[in-house]
Design a protein around this ligand. Structure first.
Ligand SMILES: C[C@H](O)[C@H](O)CC(=O)C(=O)O
Ligand code: MG
Length: 392
């Protein structure tokens, strides 16, 4: 069967949740005094939005084939991302066969090397790549996980990220990841408060339920080492993103320093096979956490994952909702998935990219069997207002 060609590419921006999941209202646990690299400045300590965490907004990329079929995907890139798609990258897609995903990825990456390699540009490449997978799945009538070689297990299991691991256990999750609330600038009192919180959660959950800490790049090696050792008393399973993403040397040293059996994890702010190659070859992590919407999309994630497999490392993507699930279900070295609790009090399961997607699957009793809907199986919610800042 002759596959269609790509007729048009469009880039939209939308505010409030979606792939920019930090773009939430006040009173949300995700913006409540979470330790960050900016927390050394007291005025930016209470709220991440105060230093601009939600300035970008969600970018929606649509790719339309000449038979009218539309694939789409999301990332965090807002207006700058829309500019890159419409004014620069659309030329590599429009007119190309929908099947040419590998070549298109290579052209997007190489054509942006002079200002890209990481960050917004690779976020944009990720969204384009995922939109192409969505389109190809729709045209072939197959879910993306089938395009990736098919599932290796019947259903997914999840851990929950949020302020209430104790409630997450009752919802069927296998573990809970707490945001770390206090960084080095808050001194010994902050360290004690962190440990009290972990202890409280440990007392409320069963022994089999794992607990982890998400440090969101906020610590230094000394603080991270002390936190890991103190956390071991409460069975801390892993310490995540303790250091700035560029400090590969620090991660390698932290991994040598943590108590035996505790995992060092990182990677949500890393991109492409080259960034992950550094993490893996330098022995920085037991488990890597590429975000499918940020690391280069599925095309790049397959390469990252093969590299991780050869290094004996697990791959449990950061966030990325349905885009991650279609990958995780096809890989033996991705034993479970993350579920980011987007309910403001983390007390209910709500779709991770709410309200932007319709049919976004969520775990029920901590488990999920992916539907066989073609592509990623999600639709844009028509009630969300999309803005196209750079129409052509
Ligand atoms: C909770 C973390 O600070 C961040 O918002 C999400 C994240 O890093 C993760 O889910 O991992
Ligand atoms: Mg994290």
């Amino acid at each position: 069967m002759a596959m269609p060609r790509i007729r048009a590419v469009r880039a939209f921006v939308v505010r409030g949740g979606g792939a920019d999941y930090h773009d939430q209202g006040a009173e949300h646990w995700i913006d409540d005094h979470i330790a960050t690299p900016m927390a050394k400045y007291p005025e930016y300590r209470q709220s991440r939005q105060a230093f601009g965490l939600n300035v970008l907004g969600t970018l929606v990329v649509e790719v339309e084939a000449d038979d009218g079929t539309v694939g789409f995907a999301l990332t965090t890139a807002g207006e700058p991302g829309a500019y890159i798609v419409e004014r620069h990258l659309a030329r590599f897609l429009e007119g190309a066969p929908v099947t040419d995903i590998e070549r298109i990825w290579d052209q997007l990456y190489n054509a942006t090397l002079y200002y890209g390699r990481k960050g917004i540009v690779v976020n944009v490449i990720s969204a384009i790549d995922l939109a192409l997978y969505d389109l190809l799945g729709k045209l072939r009538g197959e879910p993306v996980y089938a395009l990736l070689g098919g599932p290796v297990r019947d259903e997914l299991v999840f851990y929950a990220t949020g302020a209430r691991p104790d409630l997450a256990e009752g919802m069927g999750f296998i573990g809970g990841k707490l945001p770390l609330h206090h960084g080095p600038a808050e001194g010994p009192a902050g360290m004690r408060a962190n440990l009290r919180e972990l202890q409280t959660m440990r007392e409320r959950v069963s022994d089999d339920f794992f607990l982890a800490w998400d440090c969101w790049m906020s610590l230094d090696l000394d603080y991270a080492t002390r936190l890991a050792h103190a956390g071991a008393e409460f069975g801390l399973r892993w310490i995540e993103e303790a250091l700035p993403p560029d400090d590969y040397w620090g991660y390698a040293e932290l991994r040598r320093r943590v108590p035996p059996g505790m995992w060092v994890t990182t990677g949500e702010h890393e991109s492409t096979r080259y960034g992950f190659r550094l993490l893996l070859e330098m022995g920085c992590a037991d488990l890597i956490q590429p975000d499918v919407n940020w690391c280069g999309g599925i095309t790049e994630l397959l390469k990252i994952s093969a590299l991780a497999d050869a290094h004996g490392a697990m791959v449990v993507p950061h966030g990325s909702s349905v885009y991650s699930y279609h990958f995780v279900v096809t890989r033996h070295n991705s034993p479970f998935a993350e579920f980011l609790m987007m309910h403001p009090q983390a007390s209910e399961v709500v779709p991770m990219f709410s309200p932007l997607l319709l049919d976004e699957p969520v775990p029920v009793n901590g488990r999920l069997k992916l539907p066989e809907t073609p592509g990623f199986g999600v639709r844009l919610n028509p009630e969300c207002e999309l803005h196209r800042p750079y129409p052509r």
